[in-house]
Design a protein around this ligand. Structure first.
Ligand code: ATP
Ligand code: MG
Length: 561
């Protein structure tokens, strides 16, 4: 990978110390543990870069582990999408594992816990269990079943597994302390009955482990050293430690929490992103407005930009929201150094060069890259008597400092000639239909031999050879920086930005792009960064998605927010 040394952070320091002291007696081992219940998003990318990055840097390994313990929500299609996205980001896992592969081991641990008095079968319903858990200030009330004998517990547990009971009839709980200051430690649930088909195991099981039971033990089974998770699991660390020790692991993995990525003007929660998909606010998980890896890819963002972004924001213990401008900056910087410049007129106005020979088309050589980009290459662009320019590059009555085309003014056509506007042609309603201009044949390439200066340079496309295309102008998905701020789960969809997608038909792009593969990225000069849409673009009808504008147009608006 081309990036420089990763930035330091507190987890990297912990891991470096582990290596120096040999603390775990095994090489660094991390894992990325998504639940296959949705697509990965930019928040996951932070965790991926961290986990895979540490393993790479310290010569360790990083597993991809599907945390698939909930039969209701998981699906193979998500497993496949997650694999694809991680590889696209540029990482390869040491081993692919599934929490569901550990169900036998987890069950053995459960029986062992029961036998040594560390767990019991509770027959209260889940609501009663919740109520009896107490509050932060009051201890919980022990379940009437807490004193069941080992024999009775074993019998019930085996019958739970055998499918003798309906959902909710019993649960297995760890027997810890109903007055523990950490509420999670008040006899947490380990296994519950769910008569549901699992996407991998079918009906093999009707008891399923809860997150805490599955997660730490899965880490321990895989020999993970540091189990990196986000801050909301801070209180789960006690049960994590309790379980891996109770299960008898030596040098068990240690959980370390870091602040999750929260990005302005978007949402990073699979559950909420799923709602956007299901309720039709977006066209799918890969809608280019989505903060999913699939959406960002379709938007034209590169894996390198995402990795650089992850490195820029760093890893800390303290929660902090990240401005969208920070992400866009990473995207822009990355594209600036790698994509060819081509010309596309988004909102075309016709220019007729009255002194240019009819029917003539000449090919002008145009460089793909500016001088400060260390890439070279060029293409030929056709120039003809009729051209398209951007409607907003002409004003009949310009204000001061408008240096583009106006009546009588000379401007440069990028890579082309100097032209002067002689006549504005309008329809009977006064709308401008076309401009009649003259060109100076001695200025091919854009410079006047007599050295006269023109202030404006505008982009253009030959009307004779330009290609009709669709341009999709994407903007922020939400109108407010923190759509979840209300805390009300239903609220956030009310802030979906109605202008997050503006579709422009009839834009004109230079013909060179036709020979490029789909997913090619460009800078449309003076307009923004674009990518050929992977799904909808065809040679007969190219479609371009705006990845990002050239400058941070949002920053100017922001102070009012
Ligand atoms: P979501 O709420 O989006 O479903 P999750 O944490 O439930 O997120 P998982 O698939 O369980 O999703 O997460 C896999 C890993 O990615 C976990 O280790 C989790 O901590 C990490 N992760 C998820 N969201 C973020 C985020 N916003 N920033 C950093 N890491 C994240
Ligand atoms: Mg989750």
């Amino acid at each position: 990978m081309s990036e420089a040394q990763p930035r330091n952070n507190f987890i990297r320091e912990l891991v470096a110390a582990d290596v120096a002291t040999g603390r775990f007696g095994r090489p660094v081992a991390t894992r990325f543990p998504p639940e296959p219940n949705g697509y990965l998003h930019i928040g996951h990318a932070k965790s991926i870069c961290l986990n895979f990055g540490l393993a790479q840097e310290f010569g360790g390994r990083c597993n991809l582990r599907f945390d698939d313990t909930n039969p209701f929500t998981e699906d193979m299609k998500y497993v496949e999408a997650i694999r694809h996205d991680i590889r696209w980001l540029g990482f390869e896992w040491s081993e692919e594992r599934y929490a569901s592969d550990y169900f036998d081991t987890l069950y053995e641990v459960a029986e062992r816990l029961v036998r040594n008095g560390g767990a019991y079968v509770d027959s209260q319903d889940e609501e009663a269990i919740r109520e009896n858990r107490g509050t932060v200030t009051e201890p919980g009330t022990p379940s009437p079943h807490r004193g069941r004998s080992v024999e009775e517990n074993l019998d019930l547990l085996r019958r739970m597994k055998a499918g003798e009971f309906p959902d909710g009839a019993h649960v297995l709980r760890a027997k810890i302390d109903m007055a523990h200051p950490n509420m999670i430690m008040r006899d947490p649930l380990l296994l519950r009955i769910r008569h549901a088909s699992h996407y991998r195991l079918g009906d093999a099981w009707c008891i399923y482990p809860l997150y805490d039971f599955a997660h730490g033990l899965s880490d321990a089974i895989e020999g993970i050293t540091r189990s990196l998770c986000t801050l909301e699991f801070k209180d789960n660390r006690d049960i994590y430690d309790w379980l891996v020790r109770a299960a008898g692991y030596e040098h068990p993995p240690l959980q370390v929490e870091f602040a999750r990525l929260e990005l302005d003007y978007t949402i990073v929660s699979k559950r909420k992103l799923l709602r956007l998909v299901n309720e039709g606010h977006v066209t799918g998980w890969d809608d280019p407005r989505m903060p999913t890896i699939a959406g960002l890819r379709r938007r034209g963002v590169t894996p390198e930009a995402i990795r650089t972004f992850a490195d820029t924001i760093g890893v800390a213990r303290k929660p902090a929201r990240v401005e969208m401008a920070t992400f866009e900056h990473a995207v822009r910087n990355d594209l600036n150094m790698r994509v060819p410049r081509v010309m596309c007129v988004v909102s075309p106005l016709k220019v007729v060069l009255t002194n240019y020979p009819e029917g003539q088309v000449e090919e002008l050589e145009a460089s793909y890259y500016p001088h400060d980009v260390p890439l070279t290459g060029s293409r030929m662009i056709p120039f003809s008597r009729e051209l398209w320019i951007e409607r907003e590059d002409f004003l009949e009555n310009p204000p001061k400092k408008f240096f583009r085309l106006t009546p009588g003014r000379e401007v440069r056509l990028r890579y082309g000639y100097l032209i002067t506007c002689r006549e504005v042609v309008k329809d009977d309603r006064g709308q401008i239909i076309e401009l009649h201009c003259t060109y100076d044949p001695t200025t091919r390439g854009g410079d006047a031999p007599d050295g006269r200066k023109v202030q404006g340079t505008i982009h253009w496309v030959s009307a004779a050879r330009g290609i009709d295309c669709e341009v999709r102008l994407y903007d922020k998905l939400f109108t407010v920086p923190d759509p979840e701020a209300g805390g009300n789960d239903d609220d956030f969809t009310a802030y979906v930005n109605p202008e997050s997608l503006v579709v422009v038909q009839g834009a004109k792009v230079e013909p060179s792009v036709l020979s490029d593969p789909v997913e090619s990225r460009y800078q449309f000069e003076r307009v923004g960064y674009f990518v050929q849409d992977a799904t909808d673009s065809t040679p007969a009808r190219p479609v371009f998605n705006r990845t990002v504008t050239l400058r941070d147009s949002w920053a100017k608006v922001k102070p009012q927010a």
